[in-house]
Design a protein around this ligand. Structure first.
Ligand SMILES: [Zn+2]
Length: 331
């Protein structure tokens, strides 16, 4: 029987320590060693920061490296554990899913000890690292085919107290958008597992797909704001600048707020993220390409709302999402 997942070092040691999370090998590949950083300044909140869940979202791993650089010198308390790359096989392939087994790591939690490599990573993270934290930040990007503003997101949580604390933590990132995202595709997500254990879990998202200095600066400022809000870091939280503005808003979106393509084709965006729209405003135009006699189709806002995501840069199939709208959160 193979060795159980474990850390190769003692996280309880005071100050900075580094080592690896050992993920056992299986039938499909050998063991993995995921680098882990720990800063232990004694009593206080216990934060786990994870990145590189999806391999084509590279801002998170870069901000994790920056955090590891400056955090030890900063006035801090409590404990911060950073795992910059959750899924090295996907990151090396710049792929959302693990090439070896085709699985999306963020749909396999809590994983399986005797499963394929993605499931074994999920199992090791769930059993070894999650138990050591009260709060988790998982830094994603929205990927290359959508425009999406810097956002801190959560799904709705049945426990009202945990929901309120999670929304407060999402707002404390001070990103342009804090979003409560009600969607149907949540089975096996890391946040659902953590929230079911009573932990505060906030996911950060970004549109784009290429790494840029502006986005990285906003992301890093958001993480710094979170550390301040948790009492892990001294300092003044501040809204980072996004499109010449320093502000944030808290919105909610539901499955019915996702607009689907009425035909296959290329979507031409007609608005920008965070635009306010009213019923009938143009969101974009879908251009069918297989026949030039098929007319282009206007996609219009279903009601008063804000645009939070807009499809860009990819051919879409019929019924694929092309825009997501949202409204101010009502708790
Ligand atoms: Zn992701």
């Amino acid at each position: 029987m193979s060795e159980a997942p474990h850390l190769t070092f003692d996280l309880v040691s005071p100050g900075v320590s580094m080592g690896h999370l050992f993920v056992p090998g299986g039938a499909d590949c050998g063991e993995l060693s995921l680098p882990v950083f720990s800063l232990n300044k004694g009593e206080g909140p216990r934060l786990l920061v994870t990145r590189g869940n999806h391999g084509n979202e590279l801002e998170g791993p870069l901000v994790a490296r920056q955090l590891i650089e400056w955090l030890p010198e900063a006035p801090t308390g409590g404990r911060v554990i950073v795992l910059p790359v959750l899924n090295p096989l996907a990151v090396e392939a710049w792929s959302r899913n693990t090439p070896l087994d085709g699985l999306n790591l963020n749909r396999v939690f809590p994983g399986r000890a005797d499963g394929s490599v993605t499931e074994r990573i999920g199992d090791a993270v769930s059993r070894v690292l999650l138990a050591m934290a009260d709060t988790v930040f998982d830094l994603h990007s929205f990927g290359p085919t959508w425009d999406f503003p810097p956002a801190a997101t959560t799904h709705p949580i049945a426990d009202r107290d945990l929901m309120a604390r999670t929304v407060r933590m999402a707002e404390a990132f001070k990103l342009p958008l804090a979003l409560v995202w009600d969607c149907n595709d949540t089975a096996g997500m890391f946040d659902i597992l953590a929230q079911n254990q009573g932990k505060v879990f906030v996911c950060a998202e970004f549109g784009g797909g290429t790494v840029g200095a502006d986005n990285l600066a906003i992301y890093e400022a958001g993480v710094r704001n979170e550390l301040i809000a948790l009492g892990l870091l001294e300092g003044q939280a501040e809204y980072p600048t996004f499109r010449q503005e320093k502000s944030g808003q808290t919105l909610e979106t539901h499955p019915s707020d996702e607009l689907k393509s009425p035909a296959p084709g290329i979507f031409e965006p007609g608005c920008s993220v965070l635009d306010e729209v009213k019923q009938g405003d143009l969101l974009g135009i879908l251009h069918p390409m297989e026949s030039l006699s098929s007319e282009s189709i206007d996609i219009r806002a279903p009601g008063r709302s804000l645009v939070v995501a807009i499809r860009s840069g990819a051919h879409v199939e019929m019924n694929e999402g092309i825009a997501i709208v949202a409204r101010p959160l009502k708790i």
